[in-house]
Write a protein that binds this ligand. Structure first.
Ligand code: F0G
Length: 401
């Protein structure tokens, strides 16, 4: 390993190091997933007293690319919000949302895309490419624009939330549609990057994405003043659960904490290949036609399932599924009772809480992964504008005349 870099790329299976990622971000020896290993121990002071905005405050624990200034739109540093009303209904005294919908493009993706785009810039990449259910596309488009690198996003032709597509166009990306699902889009993108060196892969197979996303764990620890008992989040391609787990594991490995949270992954009933694999403790079996109202996690073949399975097993967590009806009910409740508007996929962890059988005092953090403005136009509201009649009639309807 070159000492000056302070990090290396290693395979999660055979443990061998690669000097630089291959186009498809897989190990050149055995074809498994790669991860970044940070060589130095990072103590409490180095980690929490760093300077810089958002995720870059935690630069001591991030890969450093000599000569390249971080490409940033102000990602990370999102609020941890206490949900006392929803918590009361669930008999939970300490329920929180990590509101990653407040990132620059409205989802947690910005944390990882910022680091991976910075890596791409340091390598002199010419075109960035990803497959996406919408949020990665929006994020990549924005950070590509900021970095001055072309962005190509490949999405399923139908089903992507209108707000996310609108963002990708607004940030100037080229948007391509494929028949089929996210899994079909990713397959096509992997073929593309393997066949043409001009493209740099920005899906969460790219281990630099995971580095940016792991920072959520550092922030949650700092904001809560301790490690939560449970960390609950939606699982699609299974990158984010792997990333946040890596963050907590690094806190433990660096002697900053002794405990780690139980990681709980949540999938939609109709798109739950990972939940099925977890129950049977088997390899993932791809689901051909995933379906759910939560289009962000409508994924049949999660590529990072192996990392995610380790996260859940090592942490003593679990995987749950929820129905579309439960997802939409949770979303409505978060909006109307907490003032927290999340997109459908991000409501899934909240919908799963009843099934977890938690003690009243448990400290529970759900990750609100995406902003509800993104898919608001795609879900019909039963409410309509009322006719403004007179002040008297409004007072009468509200019932406090
Ligand atoms: N929540 C939201 C809002 C997402 O957009 C995604 C994934 C997830 C959760 C699941 O995260 O894939 O790391 O397990 N969206 C990807 C995309 C697939 O293309 O935007 P994961």
């Amino acid at each position: 390993m070159s000492k000056s870099k302070g990090w290396k790329i290693v395979c999660i299976n055979c443990g061998k190091e690669t000097e630089t990622e291959l186009p498809d971000s897989k190990c050149k020896h055995c074809g498994d997933l790669l991860e970044i290993s940070i060589s130095a121990k990072v103590g409490r002071r180095a980690l929490f007293e760093g300077r810089g905005p958002g995720i870059w405050r935690f630069g001591a624990a991030l890969p450093f690319f000599s000569g390249t200034i971080p490409i940033s739109l102000g990602e990370g540093g999102t609020p941890l919000v206490r949900l006392e009303h929803v918590g009361l209904g669930l008999d939970l005294d300490n329920l929180y949302a990590k509101n990653d919908g407040q990132n620059p493009t409205g989802s947690f993706k910005d944390r990882g895309i910022a680091v991976a785009v910075t890596r791409a810039k340091s390598l002199g990449a010419r075109t960035l490419v990803c497959a996406s259910t919408g949020n990665t596309a929006a994020s990549l488009a924005a950070y590509g624009a900021k970095a001055g690198i072309k962005a190509v996003v490949v999405v399923p032709k139908s089903g992507v939330a209108s707000g996310k597509l609108g963002q990708a166009f607004a940030y100037g990306a080229r948007v391509f549609g494929v028949e089929g699902t996210f899994d079909d889009a990713l397959r096509r993108v992997l073929d593309l990057v393997k066949g043409d060196e001009g493209f740099y892969l920005m899906n969460s197979l790219n281990p630099f994405r995971i580095e940016g996303q792991k920072v959520a764990a550092f922030e949650i620890y700092e904001q809560l003043g301790r490690v939560p008992d449970y960390l609950v989040l939606p699982v699609g391609n299974a990158g984010n659960i792997s990333a946040i787990w890596k963050g907590f594991k690094e806190l433990r490995a660096n002697g900053i904490t002794r405990s780690v949270p139980k990681m709980v992954g949540v999938q939609a009933d109709g798109a739950a290949p990972f939940a099925k694999a977890f129950v049977s403790r088997r390899k993932i079996e791809a689901l051909k036609e995933p379906h759910t109202v939560a289009s962000a996690i409508k994924i049949g073949n999660p590529v990072s399932w192996k990392k995610a399975m380790r996260a859940i097993e090592e942490s003593g967590g679990t995987v749950l599924t929820v129905s579309d009806h439960e997802i939409m009910k949770a979303r409505t409740e978060l909006g109307a009772r907490e003032g927290l508007l999340v997109e459908a996929a991000s409501a899934a962890p909240f919908a799963a809480l009843r099934k977890l059988k938690l003690s009243k005092s448990a400290k529970v953090v759900c990750v609100a992964t995406g902003n509800g403005l993104k898919d608001l136009a795609d879900h019909k509201s039963e409410q309509a504008i009322e006719t403004f009649d007179s002040g008297v009639s409004i007072v009468n309807t509200l019932g406090f005349a």
